[in-house]
Design a protein around this ligand. Structure first.
Ligand code: 15L
Length: 274
């Protein structure tokens, strides 16, 4: 029975996966900087600050595979992103290597490519176009994952998660919604598929309006069951409550792209037309 470590256990996605993963991976070790408020008596938890290498090594000890959801999960101040995602992300891969962990599933994000326009369908082979410091930190995490796969033989899967929730939250999320059960499928591919070396998948369900070509995930057996079209009325009702955002509504990253924006949108649009 493999021992699986899940970092970020107290966060939004970690909280959902704490209920979905134990039937598949009964030996599940949870970690976060502080324990989930509702930690159950049968859940195993070890606290760790990922910016501290010794604490990263301690949680990786005796572990076969890691699902790394830990870190800063939205746009934020550089020092917070630096500690949690850049230093923390590097430490996690390095500690996994030192402790002989075989596989890492890294929660990357759609914000690595947030400055692609919404009408532009992209695969996972495009140049990254991060829409903020957070997106840059996720692109960094993917690069560190590639390094540890190529140089040290770790099996690494990066999932560029759209938005993982029970339902798509607005118009943008109709394209990029990820049903939690579909995220579990992607994690299982990363933790179990024999042919993983280094892969990048989009974390997106079976959404007709998706902006992403996710054929690599399908080649590895991904068969999503969530369909955002089933929730369009809910998403559009929520959208109606939001203010128009000309930059955010144009680019895939939404409000992450428009936050602090003082660039030249026409130049980005021209770059994307090359
Ligand atoms: C993300 O990467 C964030 O972690 C999440 O909080 C959402 O904001 C999501 O992207 C999104 O783009 O909706």
């Amino acid at each position: 029975m493999p021992r699986i470590l899940m970092t970020g256990a107290s966060g939004g996605i970690g909280t959902r996966l704490r209920t979905l993963l134990p039937p598949i991976y009964p030996d599940l070790l949870l970690s976060d900087i502080r324990p989930p408020a509702d930690l159950g008596p049968n859940e195993k938890f070890k606290a760790a600050d990922l910016s501290d290498m010794a604490q990263c090594e301690a949680i990786c000890d005796g572990v076969d595979g890691i699902i790394h959801f830990g870190g800063y999960s939205v746009e934020g101040p550089w020092d917070d992103i630096l500690q949690a995602n850049i230093i923390g992300g590097y430490n996690l891969f390095e500690a996994a290597h030192r402790k002989g962990v075989k596989r890492v599933v890294f929660a990357s994000s759609n914000h690595t490519v947030g400055f692609y326009p919404r009408h532009h369908k992209i695969g996972t082979d495009v140049t990254v176009r991060p829409d903020g410091r957070y997106g840059v930190s996720k692109a960094f995490g993917e690069a560190v994952g590639a390094l540890y796969a190529d140089k040290h033989g770790l099996k690494v899967t990066c999932i560029r998660i759209g938005n993982c929730d029970e339902k798509p939250l607005d118009h943008r999320r109709i394209a990029m919604w990820l049903k939690p059960e579909d995220l579990v499928q992607l994690c299982r591919i990363g933790l179990e598929h024999p042919d993983i070396h280094f892969e990048v998948f989009y974390g997106v369900s079976l959404n007709e309006r998706a902006w992403w070509d996710n054929h690599r995930a399908y080649e590895f057996g991904y068969r999503p069951t969530g369909r955002s079209e089933d929730h369009v009325a809910h998403a559009m009702a929520e959208q109606a409550k939001l203010k128009p955002d000309p930059i955010g509504d144009y680019f895939q990253g939404g409000a992450f792209a428009s936050k602090e924006f003082d660039g030249d949108a026409s130049r980005i649009i021209d770059w994307n037309k090359r």
